[in-house]
Design a protein around this ligand. Structure first.
Ligand code: NAD
Length: 349
């Protein structure tokens, strides 16, 4: 296993391999860049097939966090941690406590938040041994509802703002009444996005592997239920991927009829080439890590004493960032994903 020559190694500042035989903890903390501030990113627990897979994941994800925070104008760097193991079988209080001790040793260079395989209660255990944890403080959320630290409402609000910016740029539409939007995945973020759109009179099409979520959207928001393999191909104005990564790929892109793609899912493009394919087809793609930054913005405010109005205003600046990306893309006739990366690097320096 190589480190400095690894394909995902990108001048990472620090990579920590954590081993605690007593609790069985095996974890990797990757601090990609702290130029803008301490590295903030999720602590993932996953049953990786091998160490190599875990290393690849943590290197790639930590770099992504640097770009996301820089693009969102946050005083934060990029980092991520992975615990190797099945969260349903291997997650114990002792193991999480050991993770807290390792986080403490990074000397405030890395702050962990929840991610796949970890939850707010898990982070509260980790927090017993370190202050380097975020996303666990109870406060009034941006939607005016009490929040336990879950960033989903903020992510949904930011996605809604970004979707409106994309629709204005590509379709010159400001009134969402009658706008047709297909949402793939109506979970924590997708359902809340659907609620915002419904309030503005948009017509919703939804799919989810969980039939209860679909039924709720149909009953409460008047959405039309669509089969899983048809949702991205609907005759709609906007497609909003809010489920899995890689939904924009060789199979789906040639069949998409919408002129705008604006959703919250991470890693929507299966390969970098798909950024170009969407651009060539005249489909405006709101880069995932730009439009879904509401959650990380929310968490950053939680760390500095939560101010609802300030957090909300910052989340709304996602619209300005996207406008900058879209305008540059149109002017230079280049894909939006490429422009987002460029802008993130500019803001980093
Ligand atoms: P979630 O698990 O609450 O919701 C995802 C929904 O997608 C679930 O209802 C699930 O049943 C459904 N789903 C899974 N596979 C599907 C498929 N093939 N077709 C249709 N539906 C499917 O997750 P979430 O927190 O709402 O996050 C959604 C996406 O947004 C994820 O990609 C996540 O990484 C990304 N994201 C979330 C946040 C956040 O604050 N929660 C922040 C940034 C990015």
């Amino acid at each position: 296993m190589t480190i400095f020559n690894h394909s995902e190694f990108d001048q990472h500042q620090q990579i920590v391999f954590c081993n605690d035989p007593e609790t069985g903890l095996k974890a990797i903390i990757a601090i990609h860049n702290t130029q803008r501030g301490p590295a903030l990113g999720g602590c993932r627990m996953w049953n990786y097939a091998n160490d190599e897979e875990a290393l690849t994941d943590v290197l790639r994800l930590s770099k992504g966090m640097t770009y996301k925070s820089a693009l969102a104008n946050l005083a934060l760097g990029g980092g991520k941690s992975v615990i190797i193991g099945d969260p349903r079988k291997h997650k114990t209080k002792e193991l999480l406590a050991a993770m807290g001790r390792f986080l403490e040793r990074t000397g405030n260079q890395y702050i962990a938040a929840e991610d796949s395989g970890t939850s707010v209660p898990d982070l509260r255990i980790i927090e017993q041994n370190t202050d380097n944890v975020a996303g666990v403080t109870e406060h009034l959320g941006i939607d005016g509802q009490p929040s336990n630290g879950d960033p989903s409402p903020a992510t949904a609000y930011g996605t809604f703002i970004g979707l409106k910016a994309a629709v204005k740029h590509r379709l010159n539409i400001t009134d969402l009444k009658g706008l047709k939007v297909a949402i793939q995945g109506v979970g924590n973020v997708g359902y809340r996005l659907a609620e915002y759109l419904h309030k503005e009179g948009a017509k919703l099409f939804v799919s989810d592997i969980n039939p209860e979520q679909v039924e709720k959207a149909v009953n409460e928001l008047g959405a039309k239920a669509v089969p899983l393999d048809q949702i991205l191909l609907q005759e709609v104005d906007v497609v909003a991927p809010c489920a899995l990564g890689a939904s924009l790929n060789d199979e789906t892109i040639p069949l998409i009829k919408a002129k705008v793609i604006a959703g919250a899912a991470n890693n929507q493009l299966a390969r970098p080439q798909h950024d170009h394919d969407l651009h060539d087809r005249g489909i405006l793609y709101a880069p995932d890590y730009a439009i879904n930054a509401g959650g990380i913005i929310d968490i950053s405010y939680e760390r500095s004493g939560y101010d609802v109005e300030k957090a909300k205003a910052h989340i709304e600046s996602i619209g300005d960032t996207l406008n900058e990306i879209f305008n540059r893309s149109t002017k230079e006739n280049r894909p939006t994903g490429e422009i987002a990366d460029e802008l993130a690097v500019e803001r980093l320096s």
